[in-house]
Design a protein around this ligand. Structure first.
Ligand SMILES: Nc1ncnc2c1ncn2[C@@H]1O[C@H](COP(=O)(O)OS(=O)(=O)O)[C@@H](OP(=O)(O)O)[C@H]1O
Ligand SMILES: [Mg+2]
Ligand SMILES: [Mg+2]
Ligand SMILES: [Mg+2]
Length: 455
């Protein structure tokens, strides 16, 4: 195919089926990039792959200077691009659903909160999100391809005395799914029946493991934070052959800008006395996502009101902080003392010279905070005998790693997502840091403090 320099710009998108060479291709993270190579035989330039925007510019200028014969081959579609796009859209929907339910849970006090067999809380939101995400993934990616391991089951929900609860879940799921087109997804043709909603929840019956592909879903992580009007997250990860390959974290109360957090806290303290906010002038929440090996993590605002989610919806890259001096670092940990030893981390913080007060935040928002550079260290040391579940960490781990951070257990080993629903073999606790140098210091400090601790 012969192209002159002027027709090239039009030809590339046509070949790639896009409107413009600068149209974002892969979930807003990559712009088309073209690496060029001159083949010996025909002295032509070949488009062999996709690259980033700056390289696109190099490519374009090299073409302008070299109006030779070109042979163009369509690139392979980016791996997991469809899965990522569907996952982010589904999490956006889930966040919108949660925001609505959280406001109603807070205004009706705690009556809507149920206790599971292990006494942990669960709400209409947990089941509604699980059903919604399960339905969207299955419909968009094909029911037979989709295997999901998720936190909630239908036992409590199916009890005879819980019919009101089940009704509320069915209602919420249907309201949320009817909004799917706003998120660029297909809505069901008819309202889902109660049986279909229960089926969507119980379809999440994967047991995980070392082979094949499955999704790990925590519909509401930090349910305690959720019912207290505070931080929580919707966490979705794709795991393939034991490795987390995609992570999406929806943080409905974690604004795009850290400075807006104060506003959020004030808002929630007085929410019961306020009419619901109508202002669209601030981004109350965000969705952060990353693909393994991409070296990039991205954040987009939640969509609100009647706005449509235009892909990739003003996504911007996030990166971990460059602080590697513990004296300047901020560390975060679980809010609940029962979930992690505050006394151990306090001693450790003191020993490495951490000066700032710990940032105690519910849920995987802690992972988001590290990935965005709002804090530098996250530590969780659960009591002996507690087994961490993979859905509480999978999405956060890949997001921090791709944003430039390091996540391991206290022995410095990567977390193992290949052993079913638990992080088996976890050495003591979880340590996530903004960089390798800081991580190394914390690991050494844990070793030094461990034997003298009572953990
Ligand atoms: N005893 C104990 N020890 C350790 N971890 C526990 C424990 N109990 C629960 N969980 C899990 O912790 C999830 C909540 O997240 P965090 O660890 O960030 O805790 S906190 O919300 O900040 O207090 C929470 O996730 P959700 O159930 O999704 O809220 C639990 O899976
Ligand atoms: Mg729970
Ligand atoms: Mg959780
Ligand atoms: Mg949960």
């Amino acid at each position: 195919m012969t192209l002159n320099s002027l027709s090239l710009a039009a030809k590339i998108p046509q070949i790639l089926g896009q409107r413009s060479a600068y149209t974002p291709n892969y979930v807003g993270k990559f712009f088309y990039f073209f690496s060029c190579s001159r083949t010996h035989q025909n002295s032509s330039l070949q488009i062999v792959s996709l690259s980033k925007l700056n390289q696109t510019q190099n490519f374009t200028s090299s073409i302008m200077e070299d109006p030779k014969r070109l042979s163009l081959s369509s690139p392979e579609p980016e791996k997991y691009s469809k899965e990522m796009e569907v996952a982010v859209r589904a999490v956006q929907m889930a966040c919108s659903l949660c925001q609505k339910i959280q406001d109603s849970v807070i205004s009706k006090a705690t009556s809507q909160v149920q206790a599971k067999d292990d006494n942990s809380p669960v709400t209409v939101a947990d089941w509604s999100v699980q059903a919604t995400v399960s339905w969207i993934l299955s419909e968009s990616l094909g029911n037979t391809n989709v295997s999901i391991l998720a936190e909630e089951d239908v036992q409590t929900l199916s009890k005879a005395d819980k019919s009101g609860l089940l009704e509320a879940v069915v209602q919420n799921v249907n309201e949320c799914l009817s909004e799917a087109p706003r998120f660029g997804l297909k809505a069901p043709q008819m309202f889902l029946t109660t049986a279909e909603v229960l089926e969507a929840i119980s379809h999440c019956n994967s047991t995980g493991g070392p082979t094949g592909r499955f999704w790990a879903l925590d519909p509401v992580d930090g349910t305690l934070g959720f019912v207290r009007g505070d931080q929580y997250a919707v966490a979705l990860a794709l795991i393939e052959d034991g490795e987390v390959v995609l992570g999406v974290l929806g943080c409905p109360n974690y604004p795009m800008r850290k400075e807006w957090l104060n506003y959020h806290h004030r808002y929630h303290r007085i929410i019961s006395k306020l009419t619901p906010p109508t202002s669209e002038s601030w981004d109350k929440g965000c969705v952060i996502y990353a693909k393994k090996g991409s070296g990039e993590a991205w954040m987009q605002p939640l969509i609100r009101g009647q706005k449509k989610l235009v892909w990739p919806n003003s996504a911007r890259p996030v990166q971990v902080s460059s602080i590697d001096n513990p004296a300047l670092a901020t560390f975060c940990e679980p809010v609940e003392k029962a979930n992690s030893s505050h006394s151990f981390t306090a001693g450790l913080a003191h020993s490495v010279g951490l000066r700032t007060q710990p940032l105690r935040v519910y849920s995987m928002v802690k992972y988001a905070a590290i990935a965005r550079g709002d804090a530098e260290i996250f530590m969780k040391f659960a009591r002996a005998g507690y087994k961490e579940k993979i859905w509480d960490h999978a999405a956060g781990v890949v997001i921090i790693e791709e944003a430039g951070g390091v996540v391991t257990d206290a022995g410095g080993r990567p977390l193992d997502f290949s052993k079913g629903m638990y992080l088996e073999g976890l050495d003591r606790g979880i340590i996530a840091c903004a960089g390798a140098k800081l991580h190394d210091k914390i690991i050494k400090a844990v070793d030094a403090s461990w034997n003298s601790s009572s953990l």
